[in-house]
Design a protein. Sequence first.
Length: 404
Amino acid sequence: MTRKTFTILFYVKRTKLLKNGEAPIFMRITVDSVKEEIAIKRSIKLEHWDTGKNRAKPTNPFNKELNHYLDHIRNRLYSIQKELEDENKIVTAELLKNRYNGINEMNVSFVELYTEHNKKLKELEGKDFSLATIERHETSKNHVVEFMQAKYGKSDFLLREITTDFIKEYEHFLKTTKNCAHNTTVKYIRNMGKILRLAEQKDIIKKTPMSNLKFSIQEVNKEFLSEQELKTLLQKEFVTDRLAQIRDVFVFCCFTGLAFIDVKQLRKDDFSIVDGETIIRKQRQKSGVFYNVPLLPIPKQILDKYSNKYLPNGQVLPVPSNVKMNAYLKEIADVCGINKTLTTHCARHTFATSVTLANNVSIESVSKMLGHKSIKMTQQYAKVLEKTVVREMGELSNKLNYSY
């Protein structure tokens, strides 16, 4: 086993003085550049702390006793390090911290580990993870807690107590009590699986029970508007400004491919001029991927329509909440005689199919405009439209030179 670098440092927090004027003392454990912090529940006056030696100045009996206590902590951590190595465990700063705090990894609970996982996601918000990802994991954790209480009358389980039967019962709970569709259920179970794999990696459990189960996403027919339905929507005269505004936002997404959160966060700074053409240049909120979308005439007209109107928070379009948006879109579908469930994501599908792919825009370009990480993600939108088949067979007919 490769020997890991391991250091212990004691320090005071000068910016967080206690009510008595003393500074709390903390310990930092570092293993291979990964740090964990522990409050040792002692404090000292700043003038009595030797920053160079990271110890109390031995000027009085209290400080001498404090230094003995720091030595005791240091020796205890070295003993824990040896214990972990004797157990053939991979020594990490987190494992040292947990063992020092009396947390036996064999007795770590599911909610405890999931809470720790979500806390670390929150610390990386805007860097590695979006707010939507963090909220999804919080919802997932809450669903598991609700299931535990409903099925077993408990609010938590030890990780080693979770079995394949537990997961199967959780699947049943999601589909019945929570009324989740199959794919939504699978996503929640996969979130649970991530925590169980994390427990396996931390050597809390020997093997994740998820390894004996298989949950597959079912292919869903993603709805989009046909060319005729899109024309109907564009030409419809609405009695109320409210529905007209929602139509405008929806149509803007149909011709740009923006997801709801991205159009809601769209600001003037997100537009650039390249070779005389206006382009949306933005980072997707969901994935963090940058994308460029040249504006077609219709979205330009919609932007011009609202350019002189006051909108809150610097928005360029009157985008309400996602719940209100989808509720109004149902009303719009009824008024326009469109027998499809209109959602903001339906607009994104419409852009990918009826607006771009059906008009010979390459799937590579569509993928870039949608902000996808790979072509595979875009292929789910690549519907074969009847007009495309007719056009391509017509082109083939002109190329064939057979006689009969």
